[in-house]
Design a protein around this ligand. Structure first.
Ligand SMILES: [Zn+2]
Ligand SMILES: [Zn+2]
Length: 309
């Protein structure tokens, strides 16, 4: 089958990659309909996951071909990323996302979705309601990641929140926070990208002000110091960016000003599907490429780029 592989140093397109085999926890075979490039995939190429090699990609909509859950066959699905062992301390205490032996497509111990087929842990699949088109459902994973912030941090509607970043995740986060009535200020580098936030947030290219809650979704280590400086003393800084390399900051400021730092990764899929189905979030268009044209997809300046199969 066609697949885009990370070989440990670069991306390689192949047409002779072996079909995935079902077994262990993976009892569903998915035909990929569409997959999307995420900043994390670009970081994988830069060495963010130095022990990973295999098929890249983790955001997809697929069609179930075979499954131990027969009612899923023929349905479109999206999928949570972390497949836990079910036995370790984390799995036994409701933290399967942090299983020490977890499989994460395109990142850890598991082939990803930049391929024609994928095997998957059936318990992680979520059926896409018929009324949601595939090009909208593809945003489920980043929208779920945005919703996770509301699971972790109380953001009273009367307190303005700052979002650092003007990319796709920032776009989802700003909408989810603003949906509560909360005033949102988005700081980004690109005037053009910031324009698309105008319906639900104030925007600026010059970070300033002070906020009870600041959310860093820049996908880069460079914004961290600014994010800290925008956070009020005793306020909360939510970190949503994962990247290769380290950030350099003065940690004393966090100690002295007693800033709470909250790391946040994946989020709940069903609420994300609910928001999409009810049309409560604006979703950008996705620019689609053939898998062979992966370089165009990876370097595209479209708001979201991806692959169709
Ligand atoms: Zn992603
Ligand atoms: Zn486990």
């Amino acid at each position: 089958m066609k697949a885009l592989i990370y070989d440990g140093s670069k991306a390689v397109y192949r047409e002779d990659y072996p079909m995935p085999a079902l077994g262990g926890r993976e009892r569903s075979l998915i035909k990929i309909l569409m997959s999307a490039v995420c900043n994390t995939d670009k970081e994988v190429i830069k060495g963010y996951k130095d022990d990973f090699s295999g098929v890249m990609g983790h955001e997809f909509v697929g069609m179930v071909q075979e499954s131990d859950d027969k009612k899923l066959i023929g349905r479109r699905v999206v999928a949570e990323l972390n497949s836990g062992c079910g036995e370790c301390l984390y799995c036994r205490t409701g933290r399967m996302h942090h299983c020490t032996d977890r499989k994460v497509p395109g990142m850890s111990n598991k082939d990803g979705c930049f391929a024609e087929y994928m095997s998957y842990d059936t318990s992680l699949l979520h059926v896409v309601p018929d009324e949601i088109p595939t090009e909208k459902a593809i945003f489920c994973e980043p929208l779920a990641a945005a919703l996770e912030i509301s699971e972790l941090v109380h953001m009273p509607p009367s307190q303005k929140v700052a979002v650092m970043g003007d990319g796709r995740l920032a776009y989802m986060i700003a909408q989810v926070v603003a949906a509560n009535g909360t005033p949102v200020k988005v700081f980004g580098l690109s005037e053009k990208k910031l324009k698309s936030f105008a319906d639900f947030a104030e925007t600026s290219t010059t970070p300033s002000g002070d906020f009870e809650t600041v959310i860093d979704a820049t996908g880069s280590p460079l914004a961290l110091a600014t994010s800290i400086s925008l956070t009020r003393s005793k306020g909360t800084l939510v970190l949503k960016s994962s990247y290769a390399g380290n950030a350099e900051v003065n940690m004393s400021e966090i100690v002295v000003r007693e800033i709470r730092i909250v790391g946040s990764r994946c989020g709940p899929f069903e609420p994300a599907l609910n928001l999409i189905r009810r049309g409560l979030v604006k979703l950008p268009d996705i620019e689609l490429h053939g898998l062979k044209d992966y370089e165009a997809a990876f370097t595209s300046d479209a708001f979201k780029a991806g692959f169709t199969f």
